[in-house]
Design a protein around this ligand. Structure first.
Ligand SMILES: Cc1cc2nc3c(=O)[nH]c(=O)nc-3n(C[C@H](O)[C@H](O)[C@H](O)COP(=O)(O)O)c2cc1C
Length: 366
């Protein structure tokens, strides 16, 4: 037995192991954006063997929705309908974490009647077809957006979640503020590294205030980030070291690295072969636990991830293909890799199937 498969305690909450179901959008909410029964059933099946279930990204206000039929906590109307979904996430004894999200410039334009609702740090468009030039948030709107995250946190508490994770990764709004590639502001929220961090800092302070005031003492608070961007003026590992140096002194209970592979070395420097995790761990200086993600498929991956120093590991695609993936990996068995169409909410299956060549490379088949 190894550390990652053993029970532990996170902010006083007992976890059956240190494996989390990775946050994975299902595109399967109802048209009114309440969780659908198909999504609830899907989650219940997969939550059985993990210590933590992290929800699909949940939008926090009317400008935050990035995907079709993405579930939301944008108003109080969504608290009650969220409860069965939270219960499904907890059904096997896992702790349920709400991933709170704002898509910023990554939002799909067809979801918005008013193009002015697609916002970001600056007017820098995603250089791909199907996106629009976002409108930079005013300082007043930044404060409102932070307040909307705080209110969504309160709703997550009321809906019965055991914790929240701020989605600061995968090029969404929080990352857009931190990145010199997407943040060209010259006010208090852009320019120097410290000013690019300001949005995240104020956000964490606002959410901390809500948690301190309204959440149970053992409510879990996590933060997900992407360590690098590939653009020449994008986020570097030095920038990320600065971010982690700040995060390690906050109220956060865990820090979650979003990567294609847990062993990954720098995307920006081909000559550098050291796994990025070394840099992340040294920046965190053992002050916060680190959750890794990406490419956990077999028992050997667990061993390697543990040797590299990850305190927790999230697992994504294998759980989509096989609800028993975690138990099988613990038992040195191979999880099923083939997606069974009838076991997934239909929109999720369709999304995966549309990109099947990409997903096949990552170890699932159709
Ligand atoms: C269908 C799908 C949806 C995803 N949605 C999210 C999301 O909502 N939030 C997030 O932070 N990451 C999301 N991710 C990334 C996963 O959390 C994870 O980091 C990635 O799949 C790598 O882990 P894996 O190799 O175990 O699948 C998604 C991935 C997939 C395949």
């Amino acid at each position: 037995m190894m550390k990652l498969s053993k029970p532990t305690v996170l902010n006083q909450q007992p976890l059956k192991n240190r494996i989390a179901m990775a946050p994975m959008t299902t595109y399967s909410g109802q048209d009114n954006l309440f969780p659908s029964q198909a999504e609830i059933d899907y989650m219940k099946l997969r939550a059985c063997d993990v210590g933590l279930t992290i929800s699909p990204a949940i939008s926090i206000n009317h400008q935050a929705q990035a995907f079709e039929n993405q579930i939301t906590l944008k108003s109080d109307d969504f608290i009650e309908p969220m409860r069965p979904f939270v219960k499904a996430m907890q059904a096997g004894g896992a702790k349920a974490i709400a991933q709170l999200h704002h898509g910023g410039r990554m939002n799909v334009p067809k979801l918005y009647q008013n193009p002015q609702d697609i916002v970001s740090a600056s007017a820098v468009k995603v250089p791909r077809e199907g996106f629009v030039v976002p409108r930079p948030l005013s300082i007043e709107e930044i404060k409102t957006t932070i307040n909307d995250f705080a209110e969504a946190t309160l709703r997550a508490i009321y809906a019965g979640f055991d914790g929240i994770e701020l989605h600061g990764a995968n090029t969404y709004l929080l990352q857009q503020f931190f990145s010199p590639h997407t943040n060209k502001r010259s006010d208090a929220y852009g320019g120097s590294l410290s000013k690019r961090l300001r949005f995240i800092r104020e956000l964490i302070e606002a959410v901390t205030t809500v948690i301190d005031q309204y959440a149970p003492k053992d409510f879990i608070f996590g933060y997900r980030f992407s360590p690098e961007e590939i653009e020449s003026d994008g986020i570097t590992l030095d920038d990320t070291t600065y971010l982690l140096d700040y995060l390690k002194d906050t109220k956060l209970d865990y820090i979650h690295a979003s990567m294609g592979h847990y062993e990954q070395s720098s995307l920006r420097d081909d000559d550098e072969k050291t796994p990025i995790v070394k840099t992340l761990l040294s920046a965190l200086n053992k002050q916060k636990p680190l959750m890794g993600s990406g490419g956990l498929r077999h028992f050997e991956d667990l061993q390697k991830a543990e040797t590299l120093g990850y305190d927790y590991m999230a697992i994504g695609l294998p759980l989509i293909a096989d609800p028993k993936a975690v138990e099988k990996i613990f038992n040195k068995q191979k999880p099923n890799q083939k997606i069974i169409k009838s076991s997934l909410p239909q929109p999720l299956y369709e999304k995966l199937y549309k990109n099947k060549d990409r997903f096949k490379k990552r170890g699932i088949t159709f």
